[in-house]
Design a protein around this ligand. Sequence first.
Ligand code: G6P
Ligand code: ZN
Length: 544
Amino acid sequence: MMIQTIKTTPYGDQKPGTSGLRKRVTVYQQPHYVENYLQAIFDSLEGFDGQTLVIGGDGRFYNDVAIQTAIRMAAANGFGRVLVGQGGLLSTPAASHVIRHHKAYGGLVLSASHNPGGPDGDFGIKYNIGNGGPAPERITDAAYERTKVIDTYKTIDAPDVALDQIGTQHSGEMVVEVIDPVADYAALMETLFDFDAIRALFASGFRMTFDAMNAITGPYAHAILEDKLGAPKGTVKNGTPLPDFGQGHPDPNLVYCKDMFDLMMTPDGPDFGAASDGDGDRNLIIGKNRFVTPSDSLALLAANAHLAPGYKSGIAGIARSMPTSAAADRVADKLGIEMHETPTGWKFFGNLLDAGRVTICGEESAGTGSDHVREKDGLWAVLLWLNIVAVRKQGVDEIVREHWATFGRNYYTRHDYEEVDATIAGKLVDDLRAQLPSLPGKNFGEDLQVAYADDFKYLDPVDGSTSAKQGVRIGFTDGSRIVLRLSGTGTVGATLRLYLERYEAADGRHDLETQTALEPLIGLSEQLAGIKQRTGRKDPSVIT
Ligand code: G6P
Ligand code: ZN
């Protein structure tokens, strides 16, 4: 095998964010851009000679090009085998499972998640380690340092692999196995959930609609929901992955799934609505007349997980990202199990999951998952919900209301200001940080007294590492919270995220409109941070 060492020059912008390196496709199309980043990753790893690398992506534009490049470079760098999903496809949770199941050294997940795809859209590369989860900062930081000085990369002169043909091929001397992207994952789901109970639910006439958003979950949802569980054909909508996601925005939220939301609010609409994002790790859950916020969904899934066979002996603990509401904390408290608050980004759950300290994790950004893989998992959340509905024989709305009547309700909303001038956004957060020491003890209005105000710093209880400056939190004595941070996943300018939360006790008022319930906090956050005033925006770009 002739290894070629190709000269290159560094790019200055290859710093991975919350979840890998996400850039416009046009940025990735620059000469050697993919190669530089992949070589920098490989240079930051050790001991993979002869080992297995998993490669797969969400099928977006440029996946095919990047995968062929990655296969040749993996061969040149000394990997012994590549496992790649047929057509280059693997959902992010399926990639995580394939890495674990086949004891691979690691994997490359090619996706920009919920960001739009196509020639004018986004592309991304993320490296996952052998536990199936996103690489920790130690590795992503090393890769970034390497991108700044990289001067050569290694590849081989070999033809493209036929990605549509399942079976064994070679790239140079390296073995390439093209695998069914769905099979391993579907088998795993069958071990976790009561498929018979869910089958009986569908057989009894329960109606569901699932929007795969023209993205990666389509083949998984067709195979599991329709073929295995007997949901009627047509339950899965937009089920064929398209390189540009049908020009849609594959983010399962109330903006991009508004049609489904409207349908779910009609009297003769389906009983259950769900959706997943570009790479299949996020989820949206809507019952008849009831949208379930991701924060509530985490709490509800944790409280009811024991109803599914995979979790019947209970859960060890729960983890949530810092901006996620504290609804799950009340469940952990009642169950007497560990509760962890981590920075935004699934990678921070990895150590806790590996150490067996938590079983279920979730984020306000529509991610929930468990120790079955090391990524969040959209379809997993949907199946756990279906399992719970099937066993409890109650609708989503009834289950949610009973939960609030037991634990109380955490009203919750997130206001995003997208594509804000990065300098203005940075200054705004800095100025709020500067106010923090003066806030504890202060009263605002009648009922809001600041209990604490800080910039979240995480101490990983497993490996002792720390991550500072993870977002400003202002907590109030009644359990309310204001959180402000800069998104780490945007590709243009800066995105400011304002998270607001208010707790209403078990015997309190649970039927207020969310934005109305949070109005005093919305007003106070503008008074403290001045987002509208300083950005000139009248309203948030997205409210979730
Ligand atoms: C991705 C990550 C999540 C994160 C979300 C929002 O989906 O996998 O872990 O919560 O992005 O991150 P951001 O930095 O944009 O708020
Ligand atoms: Zn995603």
